[in-house]
Design a protein around this ligand. Sequence first.
Ligand code: SF4
Length: 383
Amino acid sequence: MKTKKKYVKHDSFVGLLSLQDSGDLFDLDRLKEICYNEKYIAKLELNLLKAFKRAREDLFEGSSNSAKFKLKKNVIEEIKTIQKNDIPRYLAHRYRYEIYPQTNELDQYPPYLQIEPSSVCNFRCVFCYQTDLDFTRKSNGFMGKMTVELFKDIIDQVETNVEFISLASRGEPLLCPKIDQMLEYTTDKFLNLKINTNASLLTEKNCHALLNSGIKTVVFSADAADENLYSKYRVNGNLNKVLKNIETFKEIKERHYSDKKLITRVSGVKVSEDQKMEDMEKLWGGLVDQVAFVDYVPWENVYDAPMSEITQPCSDLWRRMFIWWDGKINPCDVDYRSQLSSGNINNNTIDKLWQSNEYNQIRSNHLDNKRKDSSPCNKCVVV
Ligand code: SF4
């Protein structure tokens, strides 16, 4: 796998294909009408109103802002799943997620939260830190699964404050024994809740749990359309099994949850030219709504990487906050051993941790061209 000189995080899709034509065309004039209707925006809190108005200006008023908000294909697909009175709120949060990391702005809560139900994984994908034995060795303390109590506390803190959340990080979320209870607790709470799974452990029971929950996007991780290539990258994985599980998910959705507005996506990490979008389309067409490739970041071991020459700030410091299974927070999962961690939600609240002096110190280092003072940012290529 080729090491990159720079990884631009805000543009990580190297391809996204919509496979299901719902016939539901996107009406930009209708969106504009909603965005200028006071009744839909009156309830936005001040910080969201500010973000929403800037998004609206970029979309409809020909603004001259340097970082411009656009409706990308995946955003349009998400808007189609949202009720019209929630659209301004969605756009405000989407704006915070896309633009604040580029303009290095911060408000009370992270634009995006990644909650890790499990750091344990049953796969050993070649591009992943799960191949680092120092990480997976039980005695080193990185492996574990979140309790339902901690999960509920996180959800209670972020409900109405953060709308963009992923249930996934360093491990496979379906390995968490309490995942069904966790999913149930998210029902009707978020505008953009996502889960990433390798789909190898998808049973009928957790298909129902997913479809009954507040999940709006299910991402099935798969990088290839033939068994040889798939198992070369997804070590321990079996493409036929994953394919069958995703078929089961689709059948259950169609039979029992036909009205549910949910996006399904097969997403792979693009590590070689052998992975072709047309092959993915052929295999997954008819089974999921979207197929995507994301660019490869050298996740597998940043600590042994050579020093990076990048001085540009890392946008993830203004974009995401990760909460590991044990409550520890971290700015990213490139630093999977949490050297940058600045606290634990067992001792502090999410908003305070997001704006803490320790977290801000890392941000200042990056803004002052002193990225080399934070490890492992000094070896990382993400901007
Ligand atoms: S290690 Fe530092 S530079 Fe790399 S993604 Fe994490 S916060 Fe950003």
